[in-house]
Design a protein around this ligand. Structure first.
Ligand code: PLP
Length: 379
């Protein structure tokens, strides 16, 4: 299988798996236990906390381990009171958008910040809306999962601070791909997820400025300094820590390689008839390439490429299986019938130039077949 769907998830780095194994075997203690097995687990969790903190430049106490990016996003939005307004960008992940929508159904309010045709939050429109709506909390992602487009988080954070609002950023798709500096961005909260950076699934973190009046989603024992109850997922947290450390050390080398691979991919795609790149004129994380082929259904194309042994996604992975047009592309002004032809290629650190060539060849072959079937000319 040629795997080009790293924004959906990444394979576990063998070095991460090695580090996790003892915590799935002989080191099974509960970090809350006083005996030596417990103390060893506590030390491992605290080491991982320091490793994750270093990735984003905060002190370890600011890291709250969660079950992943979804929980971190839900917990962040709960900082706004039930009747208060939250402002979210139109292109957020479902774990932010759905949470905001449900808050609105329960008596809170939600306002949406629009994006420009290149997929970046429209700062002028955002400033006007924030001044009108006076939200208690603003949430804008660092990088979009479908287009890879980097968002003006620091600029929105400055606006939010001016208005006395809390600022959250979902950095799940940015971590390990671009450098993240929590303080320089001026945010109060940041979500991370281990499985997007070659760590295990089911573990993530909310980075939390202690000034935030945080209310835990989960109540119980006083784990995570009262911010998230539940016995810690020790193997997962250890894996997350090592993955974060590797990402920090290898960030530049990975990014340089991915930039070059993507440049090659996009140069090749520009000569495939009917293919248009999406968001390519905006600053992006180095691994993501979104394209669309008008008149072709993206999900059909995903299944066709799967038959060739190639894994890609159509729009957001979370929407796979449904034929709805991507909310990200429609927010960028792409008509729904054209947005349905979207395909996301997300490269990873172990992809090669051969993978790119195989993908482009398979795409050309399958597109020609689909176009003949659909009666489209000029392929
Ligand atoms: C931008 C973004 N936020 C949040 C999530 C959810 O993270 P998790 O899978 O860890 O719950 C994802 C996963 O696809 C994502 O892409």
């Amino acid at each position: 299988m040629i795997y080009l769907d790293h924004n959906a998830t990444t394979p576990l780095d063998p070095r991460v798996r090695e580090a996790m194994l003892p915590w799935l075997g002989p080191h099974y203690g509960n970090p809350s236990s006083l005996h030596r097995l417990g103390r060893a687990a506590r030390d491992a969790v605290e080491q991982a906390r320091a490793q994750v903190a270093a990735l984003v430049g905060v002190s370890p106490e600011w890291v709250v381990f969660t079950s992943g990016g979804t929980e971190a996003n839900n917990a962040a939005l709960a900082v706004a009171g039930p009747r208060e307004t939250v402002a979210v960008s139109a292109i957020e992940h479902a774990s932010v958008l759905e949470t905001a929508r449900r808050r609105a159904q329960r008596g809170g309010a939600c306002c949406t910040l629009p994006v420009t045709p290149s997929g970046r939050v429209d700062l002028e429109a955002a400033a006007a809306r924030l001044h009108d709506e006076r939200p208690a909390l603003v949430s804008v992602m660092w990088a979009n999962n479908e287009t890879g487009v980097l968002q003006p988080v620091a600029e929105v954070a400055a606006l939010a601070r001016e208005l006395g609002a809390w600022m959250h950023t979902d950095a799940v798709q940015a971590a390990g791909k671009v450098a993240l500096d929590f303080s320089a961005a001026g945010v109060h909260m940041m979500s991370l997820s281990a499985h997007k950076l070659y760590g295990p699934k089911g573990v993530g973190a909310l980075i939390l400025d202690p000034a935030v009046p945080f209310q835990p989603l989960l109540h119980g024992g006083g784990h995570e300094k009262g911010r998230r109850a539940g016995t810690e997922n020790v193997p997962g947290i250890v894996g997350f820590g090592v993955a974060a450390e590797l990402a920090r050390h290898e960030l530049e080398a990975r990014a340089r390689r991915l930039e070059a691979l993507r440049a090659r991919l996009e140069a090749r795609l520009r000569s495939v008839p009917g293919v248009a790149l999406v968001g390519a004129d905006a600053p992006r994380v180095p691994n993501t390439c979104m394209l669309r082929v008008p008149g072709i259904d993206g999900e059909t194309l995903v299944l066709e490429l799967d038959q060739e042994g190639i894994a890609v996604a159509s729009g957001s992975a979370c929407h796979s299986g449904s034929t709805r047009a991507s909310h990200v592309l429609t927010a960028m002004g792409i008509p729904p019938e054209q947005a349905r032809g979207a395909l996301r290629v997300s490269l990873g650190k172990d992809n090669s130039e051969d993978d790119i060539e195989a993908f482009v060849a398979a795409l050309e072959a399958r597109l020609a077949g689909l176009a003949r079937f659909a009666g489209l000319a000029d392929w």
